[in-house]
Write a protein that binds this ligand. Structure first.
Ligand code: NAD
Length: 237
């Protein structure tokens, strides 16, 4: 049975599935449609350039969903794991819903950005969404009047923190994946690096992920039901 000590170096990658039990829809549940939108129509720089009003409609709703949702037992289990491991823990999330931070995770990298912020397309100022007037069809920058865009890494854009994540993948002795389909790159390829560098790889997911071939231990089911028990076992509670 796998046991961690405070010296075990653990890297965790989460995806939309960890937030499903908090009521936030995953990307694939709607069969390629995301809340009745095609990804290309709402989550690409081209979509924003051609129809910023529609893109803002979509993200305004995502933001409202994130405000009203609460972390679930899987998010809290990762907080507990971080408290046990301290600086030997790092959480990388593909999610933009802020639920890890709401739960109390501190060592977290939001590689696809965050619904909590937006960025000016003209002067590049970063602002908290709570401080802007969201009733405008296209919210405007209070400093330069430029169009604001959500602080989200869209398809076709480069995720944040890739070099820090690469270092962490090479250093970790255990790599844990929670609630991600293993389809969206580059995150879907992280498991290969971790495994090649000698880490034990573990996944918790409702369905078999696409990168299952690189996973040593797979737990199939809901992360809110499975992860708390696994964390308790790993830290010897
Ligand atoms: P995905 O939708 O492609 O995959 C989600 C996976 O979670 C699926 O394999 C599904 O079987 C699994 N799942 C569903 N419910 C689960 C549960 N209760 N417990 C455990 N697993 C469960 O999501 P992805 O791999 O994260 O990739 C989609 C992209 O879209 C990501 O880039 C992500 O940033 C973005 N996205 C984010 C959110 C969010 O912030 N919550 C929501 C939707 C999409």
């Amino acid at each position: 049975m796998l046991k961690f000590t405070p010296d075990t170096n653990v890297l965790v990658l989460t995806g939309a599935g960890i937030s499903a039990e908090s009521g936030i829809r995953t990307f694939r549940d709607s069969g390629g449609l995301w809340e009745n939108h095609r990804v290309e129509d709402v989550a690409t720089p081209e979509a924003f350039n051609s129809n910023p009003v529609k893109v803002w409609e979509f993200y305004r709703q995502r933001y409202q969903d994130s405000i009203s949702s609460k972390p679930n037992p899987a998010h809290f289990a990762l907080v507990k794991l971080e408290q046990f491991l301290g600086d030997n823990f790092l959480l990388v999330t593909q999610n933009v819903d802020c639920l890890h931070i709401k739960a109390g995770s501190k060592r977290v990298l939001e590689m696809h950005g965050s619904l909590a912020n937006c960025i000016c397309t003209k002067c590049h100022s970063k602002l908290a969404i709570k401080d802007i007037d969201l009733t405008q069809p296209i919210p405007l920058c209070p400093f330069c009047n430029g169009f604001l865009r959500p602080d989200i890494v869209w398809f076709g854009e480069i995720p944040h923190y890739l070099s820090i994540i690469d270092d962490a993948l090479r250093k970790c002795s255990v790599f844990i994946i929670v609630g991600t389909s293993g389809v969206v790159y580059p995150a879907a390829g992280f498991v290969l690096t971790a495994k090649l560098m000698g880490a034990k790889t573990i996944a918790i997911n409702l369905e078999k992920p696409d990168n299952l071939a690189y996973i040593d231990e797979f737990y199939q089911g809901k992360s809110g039901e499975i992860l708390p028990g696994l964390v308790a076992m790993w830290i010897g509670e």
